[in-house]
Design a protein around this ligand. Structure first.
Ligand SMILES: NC(=O)C1=CN([C@@H]2O[C@H](COP(=O)(O)OP(=O)(O)OC[C@H]3O[C@@H](n4cnc5c(N)ncnc54)[C@H](O)[C@@H]3O)[C@@H](O)[C@H]2O)C=CC1
Ligand SMILES: CCCCC/C=C\C=C\C(=O)C/C=C\C/C=C\CCCC(=O)O
Length: 260
């Protein structure tokens, strides 16, 4: 998919990986709708991007992915502002093992809400032009992150949900590809979770083990992660792909062939 003239929507787009995804899409000619609950940071980012790319290339929409109403409205506004929708990145996520229900509602339910709305707006059967969904999971979607069982569960679920949806989309001929990105640790604000006992919940005692894991795996720059995100957006041959990104490089996960 060539990105010039295409329109993308990124949840959790105010900062961190969402910001890096928005920037790489803009660099390649797309327009981007940024959705986030962090309004001051989102507005500041929009102002900075206006300077660099012009004010008609982005919009910022205050939106909580736990609200079906707000998310629906944000998709509607994006279509209204830019006239089309081609790329949806369900990226918003948190680490909170104490209020684990909220973690599930953002990291998993938010991805499901965003993916279903994306299909509704992009599938050919609804007069959409087709497109691509990239859901942001984590290395914790592929193996256990011992100090964060609920975070791990949400990310495994995002991988399974996205793979099943990709097959469903292909068999239904929606013209929408669905891929998953699984980054290792990246230098963003979410890493502060490890310094916050209230968020670590009952496994805050495992701080040292977590710290060792982080030192062992290293910390990626968001721009490195964004390069691989771009691959999932632009490579039309990829549907149901799960791409893991580590300091050692990126590789597609291989799974046994589906029975159907
Ligand atoms: N940084 C890392 O080490 C890794 C992060 N990830 C995933 O990447 C995604 C992005 O996280 P980061 O950029 O690292 O963290 P971050 O904390 O910098 O960014 C997350 C963004 O999501 C927004 N957000 C949180 N709850 C929201 C809600 N209910 N509705 C809308 N927006 C909401 C925040 O305001 C923030 O702007 C998350 O899904 C995270 O799980 C995956 C692997 C590694
Ligand atoms: C409440 C704690 C969750 C905090 C979330 C903060 C950072 C998130 C980072 C990640 O998403 C995880 C990245 C990599 C490590 C995860 C698992 C390692 C195990 C992988 C394996 O064994 O294959």
């Amino acid at each position: 998919m060539a990105l010039s003239g295409k329109v993308a929507l990124v949840t959790g787009g105010s900062q961190g990986l969402g910001k890096a995804f928005a920037e790489i899409l803009l660099k390649h000619g797309a327009k981007v709708s940024l959705l986030d609950i962090n309004v001051p940071t989102g507005n500041k980012l929009k102002a900075a991007l206006d300077e660099e790319y012009g004010s008609d290339r982005t919009c910022f929409i205050s939106c909580d992915v736990t609200s079906e109403t707000q998310l629906k409205e944000a998709f509607h506004k994006t279509l209204e502002s830019f006239g089309r929708l081609d790329i949806v990145c369900n990226n918003a996520g948190i680490g909170n093992e104490s209020n684990w229900e909220r973690t599930v509602d953002i990291n998993l339910n938010g991805v499901i809400r965003g993916s279903y709305l994306a299909l509704q707006y992009m599938k050919k059967q609804n007069k959409g032009q087709g497109g691509v969904i990239v859901n942001i999971a984590s290395m914790a979607g592929l193996g256990p992150f011992l100090s964060a069982p609920v975070y791990t569960a949400t990310k495994h679920a995002v991988v399974g949900f996205s793979r099943a949806l990709a097959d469903a989309s292909q068999v239904s001929d929606y013209g929408v590809r669905i891929n998953v990105l699984c980054p290792s640790f990246a230098k963003t604000e979410i890493l502060e979770t490890f310094n916050t006992d209230d968020l670590m919940g009952q496994f805050s005692n495992l701080r040292q083990t977590t710290q060792k894991l982080l030192e062992h795996m290293g910390v990626l720059d968001p721009s490195q992660v964004a390069e691989h995100f771009l691959q999932l957006v632009t490579d039309d041959s990829r549907n149901g792909a799960v791409l893991r990104v580590t300091q050692a490089g990126a590789s597609y996960m291989e799974y046994p062939k589906s029975v159907m």
